[in-house]
Design a protein around this ligand. Structure first.
Ligand code: F6P
Length: 342
């Protein structure tokens, strides 16, 4: 069989580990051949490929990013896009496609499956916001990087008697912020799932300092929003999937905190740092197991599915389930993370 593979959406640590695992098992155990499509769905529209062999995928386990390149191209938003995708698959004699991506990339995969494409999805995103899997790979790496950053911010905050606002990615899900906030001992944790009250945030910081703390860490998700009418925030431009480009809430928040409490406040936006570099051991393990489960699915023709982590098992679930709804932070985790906010 000839199998195509692509990575779409934002990159994340572990993509290369998936590619390596699928290619190795696909060639080594099943005798398949592979074609890589460059830059997500754009490679299928424009017919841009790269060779994936044992040799070209060697040494990838620990390498961040994606050797295939990625983009946020949506073929259904491009004139003749789906037709170009089908023509490229036909041209290359591609029998099945492994699409590695988040809800956008997998949503496109599902629509193409409806048009007869044999496809298996592999869920990735640092945001961990896909509902049909317990974790996506990339998430733990992002949490580790964020936690390391919070640890470092703690000591400089203490030295200067400052409030440090640290802004973390996660789009409209607060998973990274809740986990890293808990692991780093942040004093305030703000997530998109619960609009915040700026007066309450400032009051809690003022109370901490009145009780003797000389510094505070505020972990805020980039998609966190104030309760309606309590603070003004900007909105940005949108991408091909209609997502607003986030980032910047921390500056507005820090200015309010400094004005209202009088405590010197600084901002750190970790942004794409959370997505870069080598995956943690845990993410390497999940990514490798996902790659294996994807190629095993291709081998037995279990198409229109998505590989998924359920507890400690890697299974395949219907692709439609994978993109059905986004997974938001559960209230119990948030309550645990905030228990120590005093
Ligand atoms: O979905 C992953 C993610 O890193 C989000 O956390 C973030 O909002 C977005 O991608 C950033 O996208 P871009 O790299 O296109 O700026």
């Amino acid at each position: 069989m000839r199998i195509g593979m692509l990575t779409g959406g934002g990159d994340c640590p572990g993509l290369n580990a998936v590619i390596r695992a699928a290619v190795r098992k696909g060639i080594g155990n099943y005798g398949h051949r592979f074609v890589g499509y460059r830059h997500g769905w754009r490679g299928l529209i424009e017919g841009e490929t790269m060779t994936l062999t044992m040799e070209t995928t060697r040494g990838l386990l620990s390498r961040g990013g994606t050797i295939l390149g990625t983009s946020r191209t949506n073929p259904f938003k491009v004139e003749g896009g789906p037709e170009h995708v089908l023509a490229t698959l036909e041209r290359d004699g591609t029998d099945a496609l492994i699409a590695i991506g988040g809800d956008d990339t997998l949503g496109v995969a599902l629509r193409l499956a409806d048009q007869g494409v044999h496809v298996i999805g592999v869920p990735k995103t640092i945001d961990n916001d896909l509902s049909a899997t317990d974790f996506t790979f990339g998430f733990h790496t992002a949490v580790q990087i964020a936690t390391d950053a919070i640890d470092r911010l703690q000591t400089t905050a203490e030295s200067h008697d400052r409030v440090m606002v640290v802004e973390l990615m996660g789009r409209h899900a607060g998973w990274i912020t809740a986990y890293a906030g808990l692991a780093g001992g942040a004093d305030v944790i703000l997530v998109p799932e619960e609009p915040f009250d700026i007066a309450a945030v400032c009051a809690s910081i003022a109370e901490r300092h009145a009780r003797g703390a000389n510094s505070s860490i505020v972990a805020v998700a980039e998609g966190a929003v104030p309760k309606e009418g309590t603070m003004v925030v900007q909105s940005g431009e949108t991408d091909a999937f209609g997502h607003v480009r986030l980032g910047g809430i921390s500056h507005v928040l820090a200015a309010e905190i400094e004005n209202r409490t009088g405590f010197e406040t600084r901002v750190t936006i970790l942004g794409h740092v959370l997505r870069g570099g080598t995956p943690t051991a845990y993410d390497r393990v999940i990514a490798t197991r996902f790659g294996i489960a994807a190629i095993d699915g291709v081998q037995i023709g279990d198409f229109t599915t998505m590989v998924s982590l359920r507890g400690t098992d890697v299974v395949r679930v219907p692709l439609a389930e994978g993109v059905a709804q986004s997974k938001t932070v559960d209230a119990a985790l948030l309550a645990d993370a905030r228990l120590f906010n005093d």
